[in-house]
Design a protein around this ligand. Structure first.
Ligand code: GLN
Length: 492
């Protein structure tokens, strides 16, 4: 039999129901694999006791013939999701030892459907970053390495721990949050599938807020079908989040394997950015050819405001972050550093509790929202955002069903190789993903090949609002042609 940690969620679901193995066994092999892979630092907290208890309950429900859609499936949860009674820090010093008394809606939905929690995964501090290097709990090392080299590689970010865990077979699936690319970019860097659903599709309740008009939860999985299965459970209306949309959750799994014949796929010409490595260009062309061979029609389209997306994002995002992070003052949660008076306590707590990137965002955000600069920066960025959204709307109105683009401008880079002197270098990683958050659209990253050094590369599909189904159908075509990718284990 295949190793239990190598199963897809769909296969594990079938195996559990056929009683080929138990949820307890499945949880155990994963906990063991996690122990052997601690050098990756993918998990910031392992929750074996909880995993054992949840798996036992799953086995009882399976025995009673009462299995939920995710019964017994072991999953990892990004440390941005509040988990009741389980430490949640957003990988920031300021949330040291914060133990929520409530469960995020998305993780609660997964447990409702029978999933088993393995632990909390590492991320960039407050999800600010593209490499997982800003985490207060240390960087994550990707399970991938360049051919013939031991240089440690980043898994991408901010959901680097979730991506590494799924790629290295330390969980069958994981949750992520995507504010500017934090699911799709690490998925592409680690050779797995990552979906950012439409804004409003998943509840944000109980997720540590970063930039609220951009944040959205989504799944990581090793196949498109598995991502669809997880989305079915994660999505849905939640009265506790007014931005969550009251629309029925379709059977996403049914969209996997559906014909894409006659679909019109846009190739946005503005995504052919200067300096794009020829391998990425080639991958993109290949992806288009695969979709064409499956019966789709490829159409060149224009999204003229693309070039303003990154600068506008890096105004809207810090503005919202600076406002959201005002709540961390040492009074209610986490770290408190005593000062001479209350103002002194606030200052000391925030100075010590936030890392460099978080402080940078708070300063930029405060600046662009301040009197005198508000109109010049914040209001103008919001106007640009509207234009970016309209670019997509115009294409969709003209009959385009989805867009195909590269997921990232390069393969993963080495730890410490980027952004040290110039933060913009790191921000440029998000050039293909931020537009999707600015427009509130769904986007999926699907592995499509390896670069010349043997590192994974991904393609991105961008869909119409609430049309995740089309992304799953198209994503499956790419997976069927490109195959699946797995790192060589060097850590166990
Ligand atoms: N890398 C982007 C940023 O730092 C996106 C992060 C995210 O999606 N959480 O803002």
């Amino acid at each position: 039999m295949t190793e239990l940690t190598s199963l897809t969620i769909a296969d594990a679901r079938a195996g559990l129901r056929a009683k080929k193995f138990s949820a307890a066994e499945l949880a155990n092999v994963h906990l063991l694999a996690m122990e052997k892979a601690r050098t990756l630092n993918a998990y910031v907290l392992e929750t074996p006791e909880r995993a054992h208890a949840m798996a036992k309950a799953s086995d009882a429900r399976i025995a009673r013939g009462d299995a939920g859609p995710l019964e017994g499936i072991p999953l990892a949860i990004k440390d941005m999701f509040c988990t009741e009674g389980v430490r949640t820090t957003a990988c920031s010093h300021i949330l040291d030892n914060f133990v929520p008394t409530y469960e995020s809606t998305v993780s609660a939905n997964l447990w409702r459907d029978g999933a088993v929690m393995l632990g909390k995964t590492n991320n960039d501090e407050f999800a600010m970053g593209s490499s997982n290097e800003t985490s207060f709990l240390g960087n994550v090392t990707s399970p991938w390495r360049r051919q013939g080299s031991n240089t440690p590689i980043v898994p991408g970010g901010s959901s680097g721990g979730s991506a590494a865990a799924v790629s290295a077979h330390l969980a069958l699936g994981a949750t992520g949050t995507d504010t500017g690319g934090s699911i799709r970019q690490p998925a592409a860097f680690t050779g797995i599938v990552g979906l950012k659903p439409t804004y409003g599709r998943c509840s944000r309740w109980g997720i540590v807020a970063f930039a609220s008009s951009l944040d959205q939860a989504g799944p990581f999985a090793r196949t498109v079908r598995d991502a669809a299965i997880l989305t079915c459970s994660m999505a849905g209306h939640d009265p506790k989040d007014t931005t969550s949309v009251d629309q029925p959750v379709p059977d996403y799994e049914a969209a996997v394997g559906k014909s894409v014949k006659g679909m019109r796929i846009g190739i946005p010409k503005e995504y052919r950015v200067a300096g794009m490595p020829p391998e990425i260009e080639k991958l993109w062309e290949q992806g288009a050819a695969w979709l064409k061979a499956a019966g789709a029609e490829l159409v060149e389209v224009s999204l003229p405001h693309t070039k303003y997306a990154l600068p506008a994002y890096y105004i809207v995002n810090p503005a919202e972050a600076s406002s959201n992070l005002a709540r961390y003052d040492g009074v209610r949660y986490g770290l408190r550093v005593p000062g001479r008076d209350i103002a002194g306590m606030y200052e000391k707590t925030r100075a010590e509790g936030f890392g460099k990137e978080v402080r940078r965002r708070i300063m930029i955000g405060t600046y662009v929202l301040s009197a005198g600069y508000y109109d010049a920066y914040y209001v103008r960025a919001q106007k640009v955002r509207t234009l970016i959204k309209k670019d997509f709307e115009d294409c969709f109105a003209a009959g385009i069903h989805a867009m195909l683009t590269p997921a990232t401008p390069s393969a993963a880079f080495g730890i410490g190789e980027k952004g040290g002197a110039d933060p913009i270098e790191m921000y440029l990683n998000d050039v293909f993903t931020v537009t999707v958050n600015m427009a509130g659209l769904p986007g999926i990253a699907v592995p499509a090949g390896l670069d010349t050094q043997g590192l994974p590369l991904g393609l991105q599909l961008i869909g119409r609002p609430f049309d995740e189904e089309t992304l799953f159908s198209l994503g499956q075509v790419i997976e069927d042609t490109a195959g699946r990718f797995k790192p060589q284990s060097w850590w166990a």
